[in-house]
Design a protein around this ligand. Structure first.
Ligand SMILES: [Zn+2]
Length: 332
């Protein structure tokens, strides 16, 4: 979901045709680095069972004739990687949640800002916890039914807490996250001290303990990138209330790609599709399927990296829950 988009796409031709315009000579050198062609998985729709590691039909030709077990290519020309500026993070996690009442889909695309390559994806459909079965049916059919993929949602959706458990295993596997230690978890949450941690604090000294507390449970040399502030500022926080859990520390800062866009190009970014259009990139897949949009946002990010943008944190959730925006000039 890319909230805050006031799209007027009815006027524009679908951008999936790949009929992009010729660019000016200066720009064409730089823009060639991210080829403006639709990422393809042939003519097939991505298998959203497979993207979640849940497809057991790989042997079935009827299935694989229609559903791609292969991600879209986001081609980059190796010769142009050197134009990319150094970034403050080693890896970026492009997140694009779907679902307004509760989260229905949690897709993440992992991008290496040096090579511009997509290294991996994490994708789960998410089952609401505070809704009646009847309302869930209505809610999901109202969204994914329109795209003809509600079946896979009903077959595979799991509760948000389970999604986070699996996501954390995935993050750990990529060396992007370590679980909070007991000590730092207690310090962070202000839980009552049973005295046992005081001893170990003394061993390491208070500074070491504070350091552990300040980095524990956060991403390691990685940052989330979202299209707008809604995903992490609003929806994650709301879902954590619904799911009756605290907000995991890795959700306390993020990069709104629209703020980076506005500051880099000095023109407003009203949403994903306008940015795709401005950068002459085709829309890939189905808009508002979270995983497809995450790929589209990754595509925008690749192009921006090639054009010299730097992806620094734009929003933070402070310990008291207040939100701090770090850019003076922000996307409207
Ligand atoms: Zn499949």
């Amino acid at each position: 979901m890319t909230m805050g988009e006031h799209e007027s796409d009815s006027s524009g031709a679908p951008s999936t045709s790949g009929g992009h315009k010729q660019t000016a000579p200066v720009d064409s050198v730089r823009e060639a680095a991210v080829e403006a062609v639709a990422p393809k998985v042939g003519t097939k729709r991505l298998c959203y069972y497979w993207t979640q590691g849940k497809c057991d039909q790989g042997w079935n030709a009827n299935h694989t004739d229609q559903h791609a077990h292969k991600y879209p290519e986001l081609p980059v020309r190796p010769a142009d990687w050197r134009r990319v500026r150094p970034q403050p993070f080693d890896k970026y996690l492009i997140l694009d949640l779907e679902g307004r009442v509760e989260i229905l889909e949690f897709p993440v695309v992992l991008l290496d800002p040096k090579t511009l390559k997509v290294l991996d994806r994490f994708h789960r459909f998410v089952c609401p916890v505070k809704m009646s079965d009847e309302y869930i049916t209505q809610y999901v059919k109202g969204k994914y039914g329109l795209m003809g993929i509600h079946r896979v949602w009903f077959d595979t959706a799991i509760p948000f807490t389970q999604v986070l458990d699996e996501f954390e295993v995935w993050l750990e596997g990529h060396g992007l996250w370590r679980p909070p230690t007991n000590e730092s978890a207690q310090q962070t949450s202000g839980a009552e001290n049973d005295g046992s941690t005081a001893t170990s604090d003394k061993d390491q000294g208070p500074e070491a303990a504070n350091e552990a507390a300040s980095t524990s449970g956060k991403l390691q040399n990685a940052a989330f990138v979202t299209c707008g502030n809604w995903d992490i500022k609003t929806k994650i926080a709301e879902q954590c209330v619904s799911s009756e859990i605290g907000i995991p520390p890795y959700f306390n800062e993020w990069i709104n790609i629209k703020d980076i866009y506005v500051n880099h190009y000095r023109r407003n970014a009203s949403g994903m599709r306008p940015m795709l259009r401005d950068l002459q990139l085709p829309l890939w897949g189905t808009h508002h399927v979270g995983l497809d949009d995450a790929h589209n946002i990754a595509r925008i990010m690749q192009r921006m990296l090639v054009q010299g943008a730097r992806f620094v944190i734009s929003g933070q959730r402070l310990q008291n829950g207040e939100i701090k925006f770090l850019f003076r000039r922000r996307a409207k």
